[in-house]
Design a binder for this molecule. Sequence first.
Ligand SMILES: Cc1cc2nc3c(=O)[nH]c(=O)nc-3n(C[C@H](O)[C@H](O)[C@H](O)COP(=O)(O)OP(=O)(O)OC[C@H]3O[C@@H](n4cnc5c(N)ncnc54)[C@H](O)[C@@H]3O)c2cc1C
Length: 505
Amino acid sequence: MFGVVFIITLVPKMKKVIVIGAGFSGLASASVLAQAGFDVTVLEKNSSPGGRARKFAENGFTFDMGPSWYWMPDVFDKFFALFKKITTDYYELYRLDPSYRFYFGKDEIVDMPATFNEIVEIFEKAEKGAGAELISFLKEAEYKYKVSMSKFVYKPGISVFEFAHPEMLASVFKLHMFRSFDSHLKAHFKSARLRQMLEFPILFLGGTAKSTPALYSLMNYGDIKLGTWYPVGGMYKVVEGMVELATSLGVKFVYNSPVESFEFKNDKITAVIAAGKRYDTPYVLASADYQYVEQTLLPDEYRTYTEKYWNSRVLSPSSLIFFLGIDKKLDGIEHHTLFFDQDLAKHADSIYETPGWPANPSIYFSCTSKTDSTVAPEGMENLFVLIPVAPGIEDTEEIREKYFQIILQRFKLLTGQDISENIVFKRSYAHADFESDYHAFKGNAYGLANTLLQTAFLKPKMRSKKVSNLFYTGQLTVPGPGVPPALISGEIAANLIIKNEGIRG
Ligand SMILES: Cc1cc2nc3c(=O)[nH]c(=O)nc-3n(C[C@H](O)[C@H](O)[C@H](O)COP(=O)(O)OP(=O)(O)OC[C@H]3O[C@@H](n4cnc5c(N)ncnc54)[C@H](O)[C@@H]3O)c2cc1C
């Protein structure tokens, strides 16, 4: 009898954490917390994990529903290394070559090779001296990437003082925080085409070249130097790997469990209510969209930010997506193909300056069946088509269909193939789906845009100011949109809870 009591008192009681949402940030935080000894339960609204990176399979076609560019492989390596794992414990990576293809017009194709010297030659051919400029542009980008990764991307953004150490202050000008990406590009390249080739990662992940600090050329280093990779089987393989890791650490997943409300005592949440079930908890980590948790799940008095604050944020784009099953092999496209035959700046204006549907959109195609035979029936292709569009604009079936016809016409014009009779599967996805599937504010796809005033400590804070045991992670807080930032975000937020509990640091 006494022996039993003795044992019970010696075993430390594992503190619970409820993680809301099983997207990349929620998955990352769950594993970090579980490894530190927390009893972690992830409550996910949908029937499967992955959030915006879920997948679906139909009629023999498999589609990743969100991310398709595996960039910054070092961030994934670093994440798995926290658990003494490597990515190949969970998935196999394949480096794409060419990394991607641009169409600037019919027969005006530029392929971005994986080999840097070949890219330098392409730039030099397009503009005398641009090869050397690219080398210096990427040297600066490498500096930004390395300083950012080692000095501030992993910071929680609680205060400006996180950045107030001498090395950081000394580097502030070299990081080009106060220069626009647009003027930085113009200082290096005269050719509008070359500038577009370097500009598209920031446009697709939230910002115009004019409003984005030149700091973000670090993404060009990530893309061109670190390479564009593909997890064999699809991006969802990464989600599966992360779920396997979390499960092995004891994390419990409850699907079809949308969090509906909280119970409070003073300034603390005491329980989470999801799908009618009550979960007592001393900590909550919300990885669901920040704006939704604040404005819908929290009562007024517990909100840190007002509706006006959220309405004044610059959101990254939403997207109109088509998932298409094509009953033949397609010519002229690569694994990643970008139709940049129209004015990219006008398209960007329609997202950020005068929100509305773009008159002449740029279009992105992902066709993973070009590299992977498992994602489409033999002799067929799975085609993912995406047009970035302004968040919060009207989304109707008629509008979607109008753009579908534009896509078919442009595909025919640029690649010479009429695919209208070859579509054996079709599903569209846009604002209304982002809202109903993920509670996405204004149907945003990638969270907040990367503007200077929405960077680092100027982003919505990871710890609630009004509810002392509520923390946030994900693409609406630090460091920002994208899968690698979501992994980093999950790790930082988990560490705030770990630190709060006094376990480490
Ligand atoms: C179309 C598209 C293309 C993209 N392309 C790329 C790319 O190529 N490369 C790249 O790096 N990034 C890309 N991204 C961005 C990247 O996918 C996201 O930044 C990242 O996946 C966000 O992860 P997250 O955990 O912050 O949010 P989410 O993935 O949205 O996870 C939040 C989770 O919370 C759940 N949830 C919401 N409300 C509740 C509730 N009440 N209760 C319980 N659960 C709830 C949601 O269902 C979801 O599972 C793309 C995104 C999209 C949409």
